[in-house]
Design a protein around this ligand. Structure first.
Ligand code: B12
Ligand code: SF4
Ligand code: SF4
Length: 366
């Protein structure tokens, strides 16, 4: 049997759902798009800065011949509801155990199996590598691009995580970029709460709720209101997608949200210490930006619930040691009850000693 088929068989044994192969040819097709994106300020801080490395695999592994791409479904069958009152929604990508660990574990297992067949050189990545994971996956035949930008696999849909391995293996690879099967559908574009999908296959990351929930930058006021009660990530453009209906479910137990049930208790986020947070939630993908970012998103969620009662939880945050929290708490008070908030925030300004926070608060009550 040829090596490629043996690798495909071994991938199944180590519980990799989807596997594909592509050459180490540079992704020249993306160069202009990446440059324009940078010029328009649409690049995020989560991406490789060197655009040549983004498109050229041999700059990362000079002896690279073949890229092995993988996909793992995280679309677990889970419908339990959390029982606390003030729930912030986690996207499915932050359910269960951090996917970076799960995919790396699967790839390490596959590497061990390949090594038994043939010694080889490799480097492997999940999410944080230099290339564009979706481009690699598409060219390797893992799935097609949906208009929501996600890679969609025929069998598993789009709730799949991607990873890849640069190798010096020489395998027989056919060119099989799958073409989009979206047809006339525009459900994702229509459903996107912030209109971040500015057209088919075009997401403006700076408007995407997933980005806003992770970014340390100040979130534009008009976008805060569109975030709803999402506390980390956003699944809207995938949940509405007909290609995710009737697909094969994930059987990776690691992605079952046993601890969170897919939500975070906002009240808990407000009093839990950094150490307690790390101990309890450190293995969840959505914890990577730390507690204060989720706490900020929790404040926004409490405003979007439009319940004045939530002032009880927000007002004490004006005294929070974190300046960002104080800023958002002031904004939230004013949103939930402008007249009351104006008095409380007006008093606080007199003793606020952070100049940045002070000027933000002054702007808010002007
Ligand atoms: C930065 C980043 C983000 C940013 C920016 C997203 C973006 N689309 O660029 C933010 C924070 C917004 C984000 C959000 C999400 N992300 Co993200 N993200 C990344 C990261 C680290 C880099 C992405 C990147 O390079 N973008 C570069 C630009 C060029 O991509 P783009 O503008 O989308 O353009 C692509 C397509 O539109 C396409 N394209 C462009 N023009 C055209 C034209 C035509 C005709 C066609 C067909 C295609 C096409 O080619 C581009 C290259 O992929 C990757 C991991 C990695 N290292 O690759 C994960 C990754 C893309 N994210 C992932 C996930 C799961 C998500 C979320 C679903 C998480 C969530 N639930 O909140 C959302 C989905 C949002 C969305 N609609 O895309 C997965 C995607 C899995 C999949 N099945 O596709 C990845 C691959 C991580 C992983 N390893 O699993 N993400
Ligand atoms: S993840 Fe949410 S905000 Fe981002 S493009 Fe999809 S629907 Fe829009
Ligand atoms: S919702 Fe429709 S247009 Fe969007 S990705 Fe799914 S099939 Fe394509």
């Amino acid at each position: 049997m040829d090596l490629k088929q043996l690798i495909i068989d071994k991938a199944k044994e180590v519980k990799i759902d989807i596997i594909g192969f592509t050459t180490c040819e540079p992704f020249y097709n993306m160069k202009d798009y990446l440059v324009i994106r940078r010029e328009k300020g649409r690049e995020t801080e989560f991406e490789e800065k060197d655009l040549n490395k983004r498109i050229n695999p041999v700059l990362t592994l000079p002896e690279c011949k073949t890229i092995i791409a993988i996909g793992l479904s995280y679309n677990v069958d889970f419908n339990e509801r959390a029982d606390y009152r003030l729930k912030g929604i986690l996207s499915k990508s932050s359910w269960g155990l951090d996917y970076h660990w799960v995919l790396r574990d699967r790839m390490e297992k596959l590497i061990e199996e390949i090594k038994k067949l043939k010694d080889f050189n490799y480097r492997y990545f999940v999410d944080t590598g230099p290339l564009m994971d979706r481009e690699v996956a598409n060219r390797a035949g893992i799935g097609y691009y949906g208009k929501n930008c996600s890679i969609i696999n025929d069998e598993y849909g789009s709730f799949i995580f991607l990873g890849y391995m640069l190798t010096d293996l020489e395998l027989d690879i056919g060119d099989k970029r799958p073409a989009s099967k979206c047809g006339d559908c525009t459900l994702c574009i229509d459903a996107c709460p912030t209109k971040a999908l500015e057209g088919p296959y075009r997401v403006n990351p700076k408007k995407c709720i997933s980005y806003l929930t992770q970014s340390k930058d100040s979130i534009p006021y008009e976008l805060r209101e569109k975030m709803g009660v999402k506390i980390y990530g956003c699944d809207t453009c995938q949940r509405v997608c007909p290609k995710n209906k009737g697909v094969k479910k994930s059987d990776h137990q690691e992605f079952i949200p046993k601890l969170t049930k897919g939500y975070m208790d906002i009240e808990e986020l407000f009093f839990i210490s950094n150490r307690q947070f790390k101990d309890k939630y450190g293995r969840m993908a959505g914890s990577w930006r730390g507690k204060n970012i989720l706490k900020r998103n929790g404040i926004i969620a409490l405003v979007n619930m439009k319940d004045r009662e939530n002032i009880r939880l927000i007002e004490p945050l004006l005294k929070d040691p974190n300046p960002m929290t104080r800023e958002y708490a002031a904004w939230a008070l004013l949103k939930l009850d402008y007249d009351y908030g104006r008095v409380v925030v007006g008093e606080w300004i007199k003793i606020e000693n952070d100049e940045g926070v002070k000027s933000e608060l002054e702007k808010l009550i002007k």
